[in-house]
Design a protein around this ligand. Structure first.
Ligand code: FES
Length: 220
């Protein structure tokens, strides 16, 4: 049997059928942004933030608009914990999500109890309570996240009060600006590499002997 014979015209298009309304939604949200593949995660965030989840129809529409396969878009969307994929016929998540870290430092600091209290106290119509992996705030465990706002030394009372008050947006910490950082000697090493003072091999050797651990991770 040849390849041509194997392909049946009755099978229809690969993946989900395109929904015109979802496509119009996606195009409006993305606006004039360049449809670059490396912006896929940014675009998924745009849709998730606007609609509260990533529906199957929107994922399909995004794939169409970016000229990517549906598999590629779905693969990226499902890799990250913070995207909520909603398949056809599934209910949308509650409007607000509280995530409780369940990795080891937080577990030792009472995350399980916190999760139980929250699950009992929160209105499931308004708040979804979920377990989540390490948030990088192990030193201030138990850590949690209300919407986009990460919370140290979390308690059920504190988290629910923040949810009630709408205190759910990211809070930027005090940080050093680029100019101040460079004025204080920042990026000098990078400059040496750029100027050819340090070779790539020399840098690799320095890193190999630096005893660094934990260089991976993308659990944002
Ligand atoms: S273990 Fe909970 S923030 Fe790292």
């Amino acid at each position: 049997m040849t390849m041509q014979q194997r392909r049946s015209p009755d099978r229809g298009p690969k993946g989900r059928a395109l929904d015109d309304v979802a496509l119009a939604d996606v195009r409006e949200l993305l606006g004039h942004r360049e449809r670059r593949r490396d912006l896929l995660i940014e675009f998924l965030h745009l849709i998730q933030d606007h609609h509260g989840c990533l529906s199957a129809a929107h994922l399909c529409a995004l794939a169409e608009d970016m000229r990517l396969s549906q598999v590629e878009v779905y693969e990226v969307a499902t890799f990250y914990d913070h995207f909520d994929i909603v398949k056809e016929g599934e209910a949308r998540p509650a409007p607000l999500t509280i995530r409780v870290c369940e990795s080891i430092s937080c577990m030792l600091a009472g995350a399980e109890r916190l999760f139980g209290e929250l699950a009992g106290d929160a209105d499931p119509q308004a708040i979804r309570v979920m377990r989540a992996p390490c948030m990088g705030r192990c030193a201030t465990a138990p850590a949690a996240r209300v919407g986009d706002r990460e919370v140290d030394h979390a308690t059920s009372h504190k988290l629910l009060a923040m949810a009630r008050d709408g205190d759910i947006r990211t809070a930027a910490p005090d940080y050093v600006g680029l100019d101040a950082y460079r004025a204080a000697g920042g990026y000098q090493l990078l400059q040496k590499v750029r100027d050819g003072v340090l070779t790539t091999n020399a840098i690799i050797e320095i890193m190999e002997h630096a005893g660094l651990r934990g260089l991976g991770g993308a659990g944002f």
